[in-house]
Design a binder for this molecule. Structure first.
Ligand code: PEP
Length: 254
């Protein structure tokens, strides 16, 4: 059986950084640095307010735009929330779902992750679903159990066809924003586990085809080792995606 070619992805998560003006200056500066990139997909997830401007400015660079979250309802009395169709209309093609900061600071659960994935799929927004264990869970030897739970509940009831637009980001919580990266071997081990669980939960075809990004203190000087691993298909980058030069250096990992 032939293994599908998984096109690499370098995605940046800006979190709550950058105004609209700062977004304009990022895209002006990054475009010449990445204009000849053909070996991978590039995605940037700015804050909601900058989505529209980012999607207007991103075409010369070929960077796709992602939201960082969404609400699962189409509309309604949900003060402060943003729906999938609003995100689509702002020009974004992707959305992060279940980032560990949403899980830890804003009460995101596997059940809400599941509802958000369904809402994104219904609006043809491509979900980038984040999973990963905390330091305490890893040290207690529970990494696989946590990933298993997040996969089983987060993706509950989804069909094989539902998986084709889905991207997964494995982000060990202890490596996010800490400067402490998982070694390429540790990341590879977790990615291989995720793929094997997807084979059990959905199918071998989905397990082989789904793109799994690594996230957690990815920088220009550690991306290469990570990208050499068989089951790592790209990176979700926080801090190092804020500067055009470091984002572009990560994109040029080859
Ligand atoms: C993230 O925000 O998803 C992330 C991985 O952040 P950092 O690269 O800063 O650790």
């Amino acid at each position: 059986m032939t293994v599908p070619l998984r096109r690499p992805i370098i995605a940046g998560n800006w979190k709550m950084y950058k105004t609209i003006l700062e977004t304009e200056s990022f895209f002006a500066d990054v475009a010449p640095l990445v204009k000849d990139v053909h070996h991978c997909d590039m995605i940037i997830a700015p804050p909601f307010l900058a989505l529209r401007r980012a999607s207007e400015l991103s075409s010369p660079s070929g960077i796709a735009i992602s939201a960082q979250d969404l609400h699962w309802e189409k509309d309604g009395a949900f003060t402060g929330e943003v729906s999938a169709s609003m995100i689509r209309e702002a020009g974004a093609t992707h959305t992060l779902i279940g980032h560990s900061e949403r899980r830890q600071l804003f009460g995101e659960t596997d059940a809400s992750v599941n509802k958000k994935i369904r809402a994104a799929l219904a609006s043809r927004l491509l979900p980038i679903v984040c999973i990963g264990e905390t330091l305490e869970e890893r040290e207690a030897g529970r990494m696989e159990q946590v990933l298993d739970r997040q996969l089983t509940l987060g993706f509950a009831g989804l069909t094989e066809a539902d998986f084709s637009p889905i991207i997964i980001a494995y982000e060990p919580v202890w490596a996010i924003g800490t400067g402490r990266t998982a070694t390429p071997e540790m990341a590879q081990q977790a990615h291989a586990f995720i793929r094997s669980r997807l084979q059990g939960l959905v199918s071998r075809g989905v397990a082989q085809a789904v793109r799994i990004l690594y996230g957690g203190s990815v920088k220009p000087d550690n991306i290469r080792g990570l990208m050499h691993q068989a089951d790592i298909d790209g990176a979700l980058v926080g801090g190092a995606s804020l500067q055009p030069k470091s984002f572009a250096d990560i994109v040029h990992y080859q």
